[in-house]
Design a binder for this molecule. Structure first.
Ligand SMILES: *Cc1c(COP(=O)(O)O)cnc(C)c1O
Length: 359
């Protein structure tokens, strides 16, 4: 790894003041990592360098045909003051799968992890200290061949940046959702399983439609039968049936069009650890509405790296409006959220070997 330190790195007091502001994506750490790939030479040597703008030819492939992928992961402050990553190997594997789908080069897992480690070694001071806060790490890759011909790029640029993420969980407010019957996020054979910018570009109009309905987020249903619940915005969904020790914690099955969330996967284990039955199922909009009406569905929450767990309250759609629970986050939702956060912050035993200490 080539190291070019930032001569204008923030002093500790300035940095700590920025971190203390909370929020998300407002400030970036002092450094970034870049690594170039070419068909001819493969992966080059990664370089850690000062965070800053990059210069690209206007005819660079990514600007025209959207060949881009990304990841999102977090580094958490530990009780001993150290830093640990949550399941970085899972992000590395998913990044390689996304790359394959977008005809980008698969980055070796070891190289991916080396870049994350290097950034944290130099910018670890940016990892917040409060529970629920973390340093959000954004690896991404763009197609950099210059030319307007449509073909898989023979050059790519990998970059890694990081931003402190405050606790943007407001326990007093459940998210309201608009179930979109107008737009589709992903279809079989498409890019729904890949973490790519194009999926998000295509989703923004639906997010706008949700806002016009007074809702916070959009819920996606399947493209073919237009009835199976898939995801909420950029997060996976969970439904709780029943209550107490007999409760069942279920999530839409991965059909090839859902993004396989690492938080989703982790919650299947955490819920089991807490003694709940879990299941990955096909769940329709009718099942949702009827389950809420009968009282069988007691809690709903969304999950993802950024927010970890967000309670879902009102659902609005062309088929009607219904509300789960009393608008307050459910008991099991909070229990799962706290159990997962405790593992991430190192205050509960890491029985699944999910945490990776940064040395
Ligand atoms: C990233 C993402 C998720 C959540 O995945 P995590 O690994 O849990 O962060 C869910 N849905 C979509 C569409 C995503 O892009």
């Amino acid at each position: 790894m080539k190291i070019s330190l930032n001569p204008h790195a923030k002093d500790a007091a300035t940095r700590d003041a920025l971190v203390a502001e909370g929020g998300f994506g407002k400030y970036y750490t002092d450094h970034m990592v870049v690594c170039e790939w070419s068909e001819k030479d493969g992966w080059g040597e990664p370089e850690l360098k000062p965070y800053g703008p990059i210069s690209l030819d206007p005819a660079t492939a990514v600007f025209h045909y959207g060949q881009e992928i990304f990841e999102g992961m977090k580094a958490y402050r530990q009780p001993d003051g150290g830093i640990a990553l949550f399941r970085p190997d899972a992000n590395a594997k998913r990044f390689a799968k996304s790359a394959a789908r977008l005809a980008l080069p698969e980055m070796p897992e070891a190289l991916f992890l080396e870049t994350v480690d290097a950034l944290l070694k130099h910018d670890g001071g940016w990892v917040p200290h409060k529970v629920g806060e973390a340093l959000y790490i954004r690896p991404f890759m763009i197609a950099t061949e210059v030319g307007l011909g449509v073909r898989p790029s023979n050059k790519a640029l990998y970059m890694l940046i990081a931003t402190p993420a405050g606790a943007y969980f407001d326990p007093s407010k459940a998210v309201s959702v608009w179930i979109s019957t107008e737009y589709v996020r992903a279809a079989q054979g498409g890019t729904g399983e890949a973490k790519c910018g194009g999926n998000y570009a295509a989703s923004l109009i639906a997010q706008k439609a949700a806002a016009a309905q007074g809702c916070d987020q959009v819920v996606w249903i399947d493209a073919k039968e237009r009835k199976w619940i898939e995801e909420m915005g950029g997060m996976n969904l969970y439904f709780v049936k029943g209550s107490g020790a007999d409760a069942q914690v279920i999530t839409p099955q991965l059909t090839g069009t859902l993004l396989p969330g690492i938080t989703r996967d982790s919650i299947l284990s955490v819920a089991k650890d807490l003694g709940y039955k879990t299941a990955e199922v096909m769940l329709s909009v009718d099942d949702w509405r009827d389950g809420v009406a009968s009282g069988e569905i007691t809690e709903i929450f969304a999950c993802g790296t950024a927010a970890v767990v967000s309670p879902v309250g009102q659902a609005k759609s062309a088929m009607g409006t219904w509300v789960t629970g009393d608008g307050e986050p459910g008991k099991i939702t909070m229990q799962i959220r706290n159990a997962l956060l405790a593992i991430q912050h190192g205050t509960a035993p890491d029985t699944h070997n999910w945490m990776s200490a940064v040395k």
